[in-house]
Design a protein around this ligand. Structure first.
Ligand code: CP
Length: 330
């Protein structure tokens, strides 16, 4: 959107009541959210970053797991849309006294909130919450399952640099077993027509991924150096050491040698395709899955992803809350 006060395009009629999975969104719905995000990005550039769109609405961020990017960007997004935004985290809430997730959620919902943005360490938690409340529920990351707004902001960021993602080759590298980002990205990227290759050591390939790749039409590889020269975008995933019990690779050094985006691999990528881009959902383990040279390269979109997070989450809140109180159930 320009800095003029042009009205927003109307919310997509069929965006559902909740956003729990990237699979909730078909191509036209993803398109509507990304197009509105571009308008919201214009608001982000203004001196006064405020729209009246969600005045009188209340959004609660319920975060039972640590977060920097997602929690703060949802908070900013809600505030820039004039919603009242409350943050509740596991550590400072009554869950630390033994209250169940259900009782905490029902308690918050009883105050009359319009939307709950939920992050939880348990896969399926956001879906469970959506069964208990009338409020709109947004999955802000549930265990190793999904992180749909991350996938939307990643697609938005890549599109801004690469244009239409149809036919573009996106290579996602790293800890696939513990990543919720990879699942949501796969769904959204395939919805937009991108070609996707997942690269990981055999120990970090989730069980059943062979059948999944055949069903959904993406490729698998253990050889990063063979795949890298064909990439339009390379997404490095964080090695999630906090979710690992046991040895998934012999040493951090050996992981970096096999699967890190090192300086020589950055050079090889740029030599093959000077327009290729690098993404990382963050937080990064610098020196493990990504070298500082790659993280800070001109081709790195890491901070663009963070910036897009606010615009995309404004768009998601807009489509859910301004869109359809009569919306379909997920
Ligand atoms: N990418 C992401 O979800 O980051 P946070 O854990 O900081 O929210």
């Amino acid at each position: 959107m320009s800095t003029s006060a042009r009205p927003l395009a109307p919310p997509h009629r069929r965006v559902r009541r909740h956003l729990l999975s990237s699979a909730d969104l078909d191509r036209s719905q993803v398109r509507a959210i990304l197009d509105t995000a571009a308008e919201m990005h214009g608001v982000q550039q203004r001196e006064v970053k405020k729209l009246p769109t969600l005045r009188g609405r209340t959004v609660v961020n319920l975060f039972f797991e640590d977060s920097t990017r997602t929690r703060s960007s949802f908070e900013i997004a809600g505030k820039w849309l004039s919603a009242d935004v409350i943050n509740i985290s596991g550590k400072g809430s009554s869950t630390s006294k033994g209250e169940s997730l259900r009782d905490t959620v029902m308690t918050v919902a009883a105050m009359g909130v319009d939307a709950l943005v939920v992050r939880h360490h348990a896969s399926g938690a956001a879906h469970q919450v959506s069964q208990w409340v009338d409020a709109h529920v947004v999955n802000a990351g549930d265990g190793t399952h999904e992180h749909p707004t991350q996938a939307l902001l990643d697609a938005y960021t890549m599109e801004r640099r690469l244009g239409d993602l149809e036919g573009r080759h996106v290579v996602i590298v790293g800890d696939l077993t513990h990543s919720r980002v990879v699942r949501s990205n796969l769904i959204t990227l395939r919805t937009l027509g991108a070609r996707v290759t997942l690269v990981a050591p055999p120990t970090l390939m989730p069980s059943g991924i062979g059948a999944w790749s055949q069903a959904d039409g993406f490729d698998l590889s253990h050889d990063l150096d063979a795949v890298l020269p064909t990439a339009d975008a390379v997404m490095m995933l964080r090695v999630q050491r906090e979710r690992m019990s046991g040895g998934f690779f012999p040493t951090p050094r050996e992981y970096t040698v096999g699967y890190g985006l090192t300086r020589p691999r950055l050079d090889a990528l740029m030599a093959a395709n000077a327009d290729a881009v690098i993404c990382h959902p963050g937080p990064m383990n610098r020196g493990l899955e990504i070298s500082p040279d790659a993280a800070d390269a001109a081709s790195s979109l890491v901070l663009d992803q963070v910036s897009a997070g606010v615009a995309v989450r404004m768009s998601v809140l807009y489509h859910l809350l301004a869109g359809n109180d009569e919306g379909e159930d997920s």
